[in-house]
Design a protein around this ligand. Structure first.
Ligand code: PLP
Length: 394
């Protein structure tokens, strides 16, 4: 016997991975520079030198068991304190290492956080469309229902009117992702305040806390605006962070969960996070990269390159007549398709060797996501293909 749900998940590749694999094959056929692969959110900007320096330093440490051995389940105390110090300096908070649990990236942060609060299969977790596709997998795998709040057009910000109508006594959490994948939208302070007020009211009405799970792997990648820091607005917030994007370390699997000290009963939830980490086998995030973070937590890659890419792609596609949501952060552009069916549009784009991701699985059909974490040349050289694609619809 095998688990049929897991079989289905494992045998059906995610749409993004499928396109990414196709891209690799196509590049081998016609050459790297002829394929415009905008499919995957793999950072294109190198990590700062300090990361490589720190790795070299760690490789010299003797005995090497100090670098490759287990740390405590929730992470090395120095790494946890370094993360707390970094947040306190930037956001005027007063966290300590005791609020931090190190994880294998944001995916692990999310599954552990969900596991720590979901208690019964009739409970639901709300997400705002468009949303990162894996939320559905994570929520359902933890045994709860996903409740998708429809998108709010044209800004694709939070649809709070629909949210208020849909929230119910079985709601245990809502996932927020700002800057957002797939739109690049950063939710405003005004909307965060309004969302918090609804959650306060509903938590009182239903007599249990409704958590915000704030998924923030793109926190540092913004273009002139700052996402409001969630614990200042809503105490029952759990932060899920990852060094995959801002520090360009997605393959190293390093991130954290922050259970803030302002949360009533935070020690109890932190204990549940430790229990969830244990039950999912996520104890001791990669030790070497914990030690990298101890030194490099305040650093980022040169994010100005994404800002330049944003200008190139947003202006280029807008001039060609594409309708795009102007991103305030992350490295994604959400573009309206030139026909209703996003899958068909993506297949037509493939004829021009443009690899785009259809938006259906993000819960907002009719769009494509363009990951512009590529070289500036790729963006420039792709413009004739985007032009030909647009002309094919005229
Ligand atoms: N959350 C969002 C919104 C993402 O875009 C991603 C990755 O692309 C993740 C979580 C997973 O991040 P990680 O690779 O650190 O597990």
């Amino acid at each position: 016997m095998i688990n049929s749900k897991m079989y289905e998940l494992g045998s059906r590749r995610s749409v993004i991975r499928e396109i990414f694999e196709y891209g690799k094959k196509r590049k081998a056929e016609i050459g790297e520079d002829k394929v415009f692969d905008f499919s995957i959110g793999n950072p294109s900007v190198e990590s700062p030198e300090a990361v490589a320096d720190r790795i070299k330093e760690l490789l010299e440490v003797r005995p090497s068991t100090a670098v490759h051995g287990y740390t405590s389940a929730q992470g090395d105390p120095k790494a946890r304190q370094a993360i707390a110090d970094d947040l306190n300096r930037r956001f005027n908070t007063s966290f300590t290492g005791s609020n931090v649990y190190l994880t294998c990236g944001a995916a692990a942060s999310l599954t552990i956080s969900l596991r720590s609060i979901i208690d019964r299969d009739d409970q639901n977790v709300m997400v705002f469309a468009p949303f990162f596709t894996e939320y559905r997998v994570f929520i359902e795998s933890m045994g709860a229902q996903i409740s998708v709040v429809p998108a709010s057009f044209p800004k694709l910000d939070l649809n709070l009117e629909a949210f208020r109508k849909m929230i119910n006594e079985k709601t245990v959490a809502v996932i927020l992702n700002s800057p957002n994948n797939p739109t690049g939208v950063v939710y405003s302070e005004e909307q965060i305040k309004e969302l918090s007020a609804i959650l306060e009211e509903k938590s009182r009405e239903y007599n249990h806390p409704i958590y915000i799970i704030s998924d923030e792997p793109y926190r540092e990648i913004t273009y002139g605006c700052k996402p409001p820091f969630i614990t200042h607005y809503y105490k029952n917030s759990i932060i899920c962070y990852s060094y995959s994007k801002g520090l360009s370390l997605p393959g190293e699997r390093i991130g954290y969960i922050l259970v803030p000290d302002v949360m009533p009963d935070w020690q109890k939830l932190y204990a549940a996070v430790c229990g969830a980490g244990r039950s999912l086998g996520f104890i001791c995030a990669p030790t070497m990269f914990q030690h990298v973070i101890t030194k490099c937590a305040p650093l980022t890659s040169d994010l100005s390159k994404y800002a330049a890419n944003r200008e190139l792609i947003y202006n280029g596609l807008s001039e060609l007549g594409y309708e795009c949501v102007r991103p305030d952060g992350a490295f994604y552009l959400f573009v309206k398709c030139l026909e209703e069916d996003a899958n068909k549009f993506c297949m037509r784009a493939r004829e021009y060797d443009l690899l785009l991701v259809p938006s259906d699985d993000f819960g907002c059909p009719g769009y494509v996501r363009i990951a512009y974490c590529v070289s500036a040349d790729t963006i420039r050289n792709s413009m004739p293909a985007f032009k030909a694609l647009a002309e094919s619809y005229r």
